[in-house]
Design a protein around this ligand. Structure first.
Ligand code: ATP
Ligand code: MG
Ligand code: MG
Ligand code: MG
Length: 476
């Protein structure tokens, strides 16, 4: 079948040409004009049905969401807003749709409503745009690293390590539910989980990534990541995708430079390849903002914001400087922060967003956090108090990247693990990289959905992943 996609067709020069198009009906006006959509673009193709040419019985089946195969001739359009249309020679119904029962009517639905019919979200312009942009961003991720000679390493989904030490793991088990092996005190012996080993779904591919980097040079992983967070925020999922590059012979500065270049690169790629979709979402967002009181509206539209971000340097400050700014900030004096600002305590998203949205008005990279609340593998600074960590904070979202230079000195690493009660025996394979030719190395993790949120302007992380996994989400 020489089917032409609507996105391709719309850029053709209107010549007398026979085409076959297939898609779903969005509307059918006056028994004459079909607006057909095939998912390749939000612009519907107008199909003209000549009066009297087709059976009444067939025309009755052209209902919203019915699937059609149409052969016809491309002609210049007389209607406004479109260059060309297709005059139908034959219409075949591929799949009927009962208009009484179809949940999506040609009216605006709330995102919450659509979240409950995740299987049909794709049929809306908003979600079609989001998922085309998501696709482009994913492709750009691979393109960026491939161009720089990074190796795509597949780190495991089932693993025994809790890289973050945050205890947010989903357990993977082969234990019988009715009669699991027990410890002497009666508790279940989870050490037996995976045919004799304790296992969970990965919370980060980093530790395995470090093994790759300290032999292969520069690697990245890009895959699903699982965290058993029972949080109902707009930026946490239980299953999300993470991009984690890891580089040998690399320090914190190189790491920040790479992360900044990477973020700009993938945004630029989407801006070039998804112009129509980004503009569509931008206008949708602008409409929504009109409902807000003037002081709640963003200063920049979505397109302006993305342009600004790719064309300007990110701000770089230390954690200590960040705390000073927050302590001096007006909202803090007026006690407008819900959580206390204090050196030694992790920033909350309200603090991060203040720095980015109110103070600097651009993405900010915060470095050198206190070691107390950062992971064991981050390189200890000479002050013995802070570690060579960096978080990237983005407007509207907060943390999108967490990264660090890794501790390459065996004795320092072992001391840190002891301090934090991390059993060295279980991580013998990790420590071996420090025993046999250890090198300075660094890496970061970018939450892919948060990046998609940033580029699409979607407020809730559940609306940028096809099948969100979070507390109280759909059943499949
Ligand atoms: P947060 O402070 O937002 O909970 P984190 O510090 O726990 O994030 P990291 O362990 O640093 O997260 O993970 C690296 C990146 O992965 C984060 O910067 C973020 O972009 C993303 N990320 C972390 N947890 C989630 C989640 N539950 N859902 C979606 N993305 C996440
Ligand atoms: Mg977290
Ligand atoms: Mg964090
Ligand atoms: Mg983090």
């Amino acid at each position: 079948n020489n089917r032409v996609k609507i996105s391709q067709l719309l850029t053709w020069e209107p010549a007398q040409q026979e085409v076959t198009v297939m898609g779903w009906v969005r509307t059918f006006r006056n028994n004459q004009f079909i607006a057909l959509n095939d998912g390749s673009t939000n612009t519907n193709l107008q199909v003209v049905v000549e009066l009297g040419k087709f059976d009444e019985a067939l025309l009755k089946r052209i209902t919203t969401s019915a699937a059609l195969k149409i052969r016809g001739v491309v002609i210049p359009s007389l209607g406004k807003g479109q260059k060309l249309e297709v005059k139908a020679d034959s219409i075949e119904i591929l799949g009927d749709s009962d208009p009484e029962k179809y949940p999506l009517q040609p009216k605006k639905h709330s995102l919450e409503f659509l979240r409950d019919i995740a299987h049909l979200r794709f049929r809306t312009n908003t979600f079609a745009s989001v998922f085309r942009i998501r696709h482009s961003l994913a492709f750009a991720v691979h393109k960026f690293f491939h161009e720089r000679g990074f190796l795509y390493l597949h780190t495991p989904i089932v693993t025994a390590s809790d890289a973050e030490g945050a205890g947010e793991m989903f357990r993977v088990t082969t234990l019988p539910f009715d009669n699991p092996p027990r410890n002497e005190d009666g508790s279940i012996n989870f050490k037996e989980d995976f045919f004799g080993r304790s296992t969970n779904l990965t919370v980060s591919g980093q530790l395995e990534g470090e093994l790759g980097a300290t032999a292969l040079g520069e690697i990245y992983t890009f895959g699903p990541t699982f965290r058993a967070e029972n949080s109902n925020t707009t930026r946490h999922l239980a299953e999300f995708w993470m991009i984690e590059p890891e580089m040998a012979f690399c320090d914190l500065e190189d790491n920040m430079n790479l992360a900044e270049a990477f973020i700009k690169y993938i945004i630029r790629y989407a801006m070039e390849h998804n112009k129509e979709d980004i503009e569509f979402l931008a206008s949708r967002l602008a409409e929504e903002e009109k409902q807000l009181p003037a002081d709640k509206r963003s200063e920049m539209g979505l397109v302006e914001k993305l342009e600004f971000v790719v064309n300007n340097d990110f701000e770089r400050i230390t954690y200590t400087e960040a705390i000073d700014i927050l302590l001096q900030s007006t909202p803090y004096k007026k006690k407008k922060f819900q959580y206390e600002v204090k050196w030694g305590v992790d920033m909350q998203s309200e603090h991060e967003r203040y720095l980015v949205e109110k103070h600097f008005k651009k993405p900010v990279i915060v470095t050198n956090y206190p070691k107390e609340f950062k992971a064991f593998y981050m390189r200890l600074n000479d002050d013995n108090k802070t570690v060579a960590a960096m978080d990237i904070l983005a407007p509207g979202i907060g943390e999108i990247v967490g990264g660090s230079q890794r501790e390459e000195r065996l004795s320092v690493l072992e001391a840190r693990m002891k301090e934090m009660n991390i059993p060295a025996e279980e991580l013998w394979w990790y420590l071996d990289t420090r025993r046999f030719g250890t090198v300075p190395h660094a890496g970061f993790g970018l939450g892919f959905e948060r990046m998609v949120q940033f580029v699409t302007g979607m407020g809730n992380i559940r609306d940028v992943i096809a099948f969100p996994r979070a507390p109280k989400t759909a059943e499949f």
